[in-house]
Design a protein around this ligand. Structure first.
Ligand code: FPP
Length: 241
């Protein structure tokens, strides 16, 4: 099989907008945080499934720059969940060869959580079976704004000439500088929006919107979407051969 065909069969980088935790809980007469906790269990399952399914990069939208508008109780609950996830999952992530990175603006996050994020990044830095990226206080416009400020600083300092700026230069200033662009972006819960997620990086990505709520999104549902991806033809702007 030619290299091009292999890329079409398995997306190397899958990014997921994990949506529907709140509705899932409400339908069960439970508080929204119950849905987020169930969602965290699905994260474990999907991470574990990736190597067998041939996925090398997994990026998860865990908390957006807009999510601060939720009730303080929900925001606090989510932050506690992220801390618990790091504390309880570190060993399993190490055992499973997962390297973890975080993207997003850390300046608004609790310093204790930021320290845990940094430690997890350092502890798992040598792993390469799966590259997992968690988007936390992430928004694509915010990321592009922060990148633009740093580029402007570099121009002012004489380290970057404006005429040398290419799309690779811009990619290199983003939080995802070390990562390939996503091949496939999945959004659960039936909403057909991209919600400020990886806008620059997803220029050529395929999108799949599934009605399944995130806490119901299991390895089988994930596999089915990967199979549907393999049937699509990606032309990257060229004509069909
Ligand atoms: C969107 O569903 C989901 C979130 C804002 C939080 C995502 C967080 C998790 C899945 C928890 C664990 C994550 C990690 C990485 C450990 P929603 O609350 O907007 O659902 P709704 O649209 O039904 O209200």
């Amino acid at each position: 099989m030619a290299a091009k065909d292999i890329r079409q069969v398995t997306p190397e980088h899958v990014a997921i907008i994990m949506d529907g935790n709140g509705r899932w809980a409400t339908r069960r007469g439970m508080p929204r945080l119950y849905g987020h906790r169930s969602g965290a269990r699905r994260v474990r399952e999907i991470v574990k499934a990736c190597p067998d399914l041939g996925v090398r990069y997994l990026t998860l939208y865990a908390f957006s720059t807009e999510n601060w508008k939720r009730s303080p109780m929900e925001v606090d609950g989510l932050m506690t969940l992220f801390r618990r996830y790091i504390a309880s999952e570190t060993q399993a992530l190490l055992d499973n060869g997962v390297r973890v990175r975080f993207i997003g603006d850390r300046t608004r996050l609790d310093p204790k959580l930021v320290a845990m994020m940094q430690e997890l990044e350092q502890t798992t830095a040598c792993n390469e079976l799966l590259h997992m990226t968690i988007a936390l206080n992430y928004g694509a416009r915010d990321e592009l704004t922060r990148a633009s400020v740093r580029m402007a600083d570099a121009v002012r300092a004489g380290k970057l000439a404006p005429q040398d700026i290419t799309d690779e230069t811009i990619s290199g200033y983003l939080d995802t500088a070390d990562l390939p662009d996503p091949d496939l972006v999945i959004r659960t819960s039936g909403e057909n929006r991209v919600s400020n997620f990886l806008l620059w990086q997803s220029a050529y990505a395929e999108y799949v919107f599934t009605p399944v709520l995130w806490p119901d999104f299991d390895a089988k549902a994930f596999d089915e979407i990967l199979m549907s991806f393999s049937a699509r033809e990606r032309r990257f702007g060229a004509v069909a051969q």
